[in-house]
Write a protein that binds this ligand. Structure first.
Ligand SMILES: Cc1cc2nc3c(=O)[nH]c(=O)nc-3n(C[C@H](O)[C@H](O)[C@H](O)COP(=O)(O)OP(=O)(O)OC[C@H]3O[C@@H](n4cnc5c(N)ncnc54)[C@H](O)[C@@H]3O)c2cc1C
Length: 535
């Protein structure tokens, strides 16, 4: 083992939150920071082209390629769980959609006892992060490291979808991060001039030249070094070499919702019985570490299109593909500039809910599964997900070897309320897709077929085909109750000099895609760390 180098802060994970921390903590020049990343540099071509996210689902060079345990309510299927393993983390491989969630989500966090996390409290951090192409206003920021831009052009299918939502009596919405989330419209992307803006590009790049930041890639953190109940450093591996680094001030975990609890458990911080089962000495019995896993589950409805205007038609035509490529390289526009959704909607399944409880993603291509080859016929997809699931799962180590993936089980749909909302969401989706504006583009309801009409059959379809929206959170949940892992300043309860700053601290999943919220957590976390250092 090489001699320990000493830093003020050690950050584990250069993902959505970790890159924000690395930038903000080194800005003053006063603190020496080590950033450890298990993956490599973000040089992969398809990271930067928005459409390329579909090529990264199965690419072990940039992806941990996790899978869930068999899911009890999903016909015991194992659900893919991609996670970025590269500078930028999942912000380098995600679908680029920029959605903060609802103001009520954060007010709910505050109501759960987390002082400082109401929407009014977190809004300045969203604004600070953002470089909104439409300019700054009371709800948006401009000039920040995270570029947010509009889709480059409208598409006839998206126009039809938005019109169909209106025909169904529901509103249009041109800003899902505006005063109200409800309605249908185009998504905005974390992109700039047609290129992905991960946190590695937005935050880390700016900080890389600072002499007080050391970034080590291909470095797997294997254990938090503890002195009693105090974190004092990190052990990590690069290939076969073992290293140790010492943190004079704090160790900051930003490994994401699967890896942060895994590293804590490997270090003796977790449910005592689980640690003992794997021969790990218990430093602190923290039953909440790895508990409360939440995720969004989506059901995808596939349609055959009446006209050859979908991405399927471009991808399967040599001529159109070449033209799309040339256009993208000349103008950064066109199909290659599209992320994981083009248009979408946030809707209420009925008058019993005050704010949207389902999200629809509209995509101008179709494929049997995420990341699979596109259909050879013209096709498109609309998916529905329930926004605030009640089901809770877990992340548990399977062995004491840090290289072994943990057991991941979101336990999707185990709450009856989640099944009811998903069913109501599927019914709403069908109602929208059968409106006149959309009907002219539907040659066939491909999957589920129109013959699937009963509630039981629709639920059977969901169990057989549904998959993740890639939003795991809450496995090191912030709160005040006995199983909460971190307090409202993100300090691990009962342990000194250790914080978790990533999506795993969310007290509850937000009503939307989770990257924006995680960047906000990085911004607010950095502020709190710097305030505490100044005292
Ligand atoms: C395929 C996909 C599509 C998505 N689409 C969207 C979308 O369109 N919009 C949206 O808002 N959200 C989306 N998300 C979710 C969003 O990207 C994540 O919620 C967010 O990036 C989580 O940030 P994080 O900082 O918690 O973790 P991550 O960004 O995953 O970062 C964790 C980092 O830590 C590193 N790491 C982990 N363990 C160790 C270790 N032991 N040692 C060293 N390094 C370690 C990892 O390699 C990784 O780089 C998507 C996610 C995926 C995977």
């Amino acid at each position: 083992m090489s001699d320990a180098e000493t830093f003020d802060y050690i950050i584990v994970g250069a993902g959505s939150a970790g890159c924000v921390l690395a930038n903000r903590l080194t800005a003053s020049g006063r603190h020496r920071v080590l950033l450890l990343e298990a993956g490599g540099h973000d040089r992969h071509f398809w990271i930067h082209v928005p459409l390329g996210y579909g090529k990264l689902f199965n690419d072990a060079r940039v992806n941990w390629l996790y899978k869930s345990e068999p899911e009890p309510e999903l016909d015991h299927r194992q659900i893919i769980q991609p996670r970025g393993k590269v500078l930028g983390g999942s912000s380098s491989i995600n679908g680029l959609l920029y959605i903060r969630g609802q103001a009520d989500d954060y007010d709910h966090w505050r109501q759960l006892g987390n002082a400082g996390w109401s929407f009014d409290d977190v809004l300045p951090y969203f604004r600070r992060a953002e470089d909104q192409e439409r300019g700054a206003d009371a709800l948006h920021g401009a000039g920040g490291p995270l570029s947010v831009s509009d889709v480059c052009e409208p598409h006839p299918l998206c126009e039809a979808f938005i019109a169909a939502v209106q025909e169904a009596g529901l509103p249009r919405n041109d800003d899902f991060n505006g005063p109200a989330q409800e309605g249908a419209g185009y998504f905005q992307y974390t992109a700039r001039k047609g290129l992905r803006r991960s946190t590695a590009r937005g935050y880390l790049r700016q900080a890389r030249g600072r002499p007080n930041l050391k970034v080590v890639t291909n470095a797997l953190a294997t254990r938090i070094v503890m002195e009693g109940r105090r974190a004092v450093g990190i052990e990590y591996r690069r290939g076969d070499e073992k290293h140790v680094a010492t943190a004079g001030r704090e160790v900051l975990l930003a490994g994401g919702a699967f890896n942060s609890p895994q590293l804590m458990q490997l270090s003796g911080l977790g449910p005592a019985a689980l640690l003992q089962q794997h021969g790990i000495a218990v430093v602190a019995d923290l039953p909440g570490v790895g508990a409360d896993l939440q995720d969004h589950l989506q059901v995808r409805f596939q349609y055959r299109c009446t006209e050859p205007i979908t991405m399927n038609d471009v991808i399967h035509s040599w001529r159109h593909r070449t033209l799309a490529g040339l256009r993208y390289f000349a103008t950064r526009k066109g199909l290659l500039a599209i992320g994981a959704g083009y248009a979408g909607a946030f809707l209420r399944t009925g008058p019993q809910v005050a704010t949207p409880d389902v999200q629809l993603h509209f995509l101008i291509f179709s494929a049997d599964t995420a990341g699979a080859a596109l259909h050879t016929f013209p096709g498109f997809i609309v998916s529905v997900c329930q926004l605030r699931p009640e089901s809770r799962g877990f992340v548990h180590i399977k062995s004491a070897d840090p290289r072994d993936p943990p057991a991941i089980q979101p336990r999707y749909l185990t709450s009856p309320a989640d099944r009811d909302t998903l069913l109501a969401g599927m019914r709403l989706l069908q109602r929208i897709m059968r409106q006149p504006a959309m009907r002219r583009y539907v040659a066939e309801e491909y999957a589920p077929p129109a013959s699937v009409t009963s509630d039981a059959d629709l639920m059977a379809y969901a169990r057989k085909t549904s998959t993740t929206v890639f939003h795991p959170t809450s496995t090191c949940r912030m709160g005040t109750d006995p199983t909460a892992v971190v307090d409202e300043r993100l300090r691990v309860r009962g342990i000194a000099r250790l914080r978790v700053v990533d999506a795993s601290i969310m007290p509850a999943l937000v009503s939307g895609n989770t990257n924006a919220g995680t960047v906000m957590i990085g911004e607010k976390g950095a502020d709190m760390i710097l305030q505490d250092a100044a005292e």
